[in-house]
Design a binder for this molecule. Sequence first.
Ligand code: AMP
Length: 478
Amino acid sequence: MYFSELNLCSEILLALDEKGYETPTKIQAEAIPKILSGCDILGGSQTGTGKTAAFTLPILEQLKNRKSESKKPLVLILTPTRELAAQVHESIITYGKNLCISSSVAFGGVNIKPQVRALKQGSTILVATPGRLLDLAGQGVLNLSQIETLVLDEADRMLDMGFIHDIRKVMKLIPPKRQTLFFSATYSIAIKKLADNLLTNPHKIEVTRKNTAAETVKQSMYNVPKSRKRDLLAHLIIKGDWNQVLVFTKTKHAANRLAKFLCSQNISAEPIHGNKSQSARTRALNNFKSYKTRVLVATDIAARGIDIDQLPHVVNYELPQVAEDYIHRIGRTGRAGSSGEAISLIDKAEKSMLKSIERLMKRSIYVNRFDDFSLEPKEHNRPSENKDRERSPRQRDGQNRRRNDNKNRRKNFKKDQPSSKETKEGNNGQNNQKRATHSRSSKGHSGNPSKGKKQLRSSSSQQRTEKRNFNKHRPSNK
Ligand code: AMP
């Protein structure tokens, strides 16, 4: 089939041609005619199957001859994340570049004023995340009473992120008589319930088997102790000469730590997660897309909207907490028919999650064998480094020396400890005792109890001086 057989206008066909699309993907071939005929759609489609074009192309086609009588939006596209909202909006601009249809995007984490300005000027299509949308509606700058088409993109993720209440609020602001296009990569009972509420006699499209990962993604795993994961990752990247790798961690802190470690191994890496400002997230994503950064270390939510043509490698550094997220993660590669590789690094504690994932996909994941990588702990993988702490040898020497000094001080102090009567000074007795610990021990004081009180009073200033002296006289490592 060709796009020209789908009743799309020449302006859209030209844009598709310029984008290099030759034939519609399966979901596009099925959804576009149905949407053009006015049907509601329930789309079970993985990311990377071309579903964005499947709903944006017919929407643009429907709007192409509409004269905008008011500045209110006619189409609302809801997405769970900022990245996905930006991505969908980009697609609208790309596919609609030869048409005169206004559109704007609204999401949180950035200044609201430009979004307010864009809405005041008038936007026929609005792409938004639920929170910012309600903010704008609450401020009275957005009126959704003219909405004719509602799209819920990645509805499963919206529920996972707790947007159900926001979605219900949005529903109250838009007309009940409308066309609704509902897309979800996975189907839970909650998703079915939401779809039943929102859709009227929908046309169901199931592009791939339920809860399966894109067939084009080659999936495999390594059994590896937690403490060796980061070295294995660095090894795989260097050995395989991977130049664009999306790595998933469970937490924001783990993402930060891993990116830092990879940089220390001369592998350029940046973290992307919800604690980063929107501009930092956009910058990290752009650096990654333009090959300035080799590795993007992401948490699940931040990675949701990442769409990179032919992203070759996805690594699950840690398995997700929810099995369905595995499918979303690996769906970042192998998009629109291109091939991709998803590798998971699995430690003992993750075995049960691995089983859940395999059960969900109804297939097992191939286990790779180690060729030239040893699982023996490396020099820098001492037990204390299980927490991924990174210290230079110089820092470690300093730390060991300080530890020994403190041990000696404690020993001396115990020897010199005056009786409890002498150290208890009213209510402050305990605090003073603590301060006295430093002043006495660092001076190697003999512990004469009669000197105790005077010393206690001046202890904090002494402590400061001693710290200065200690640092001054510390032997240099150079
Ligand atoms: P999506 O599933 O909408 O996130 O799309 C995944 C990727 O497929 C995007 O990078 C699109 O640019 C690309 N794509 C969508 N439709 C086609 C098509 N018909 N031919 C080639 N690539 C496409």
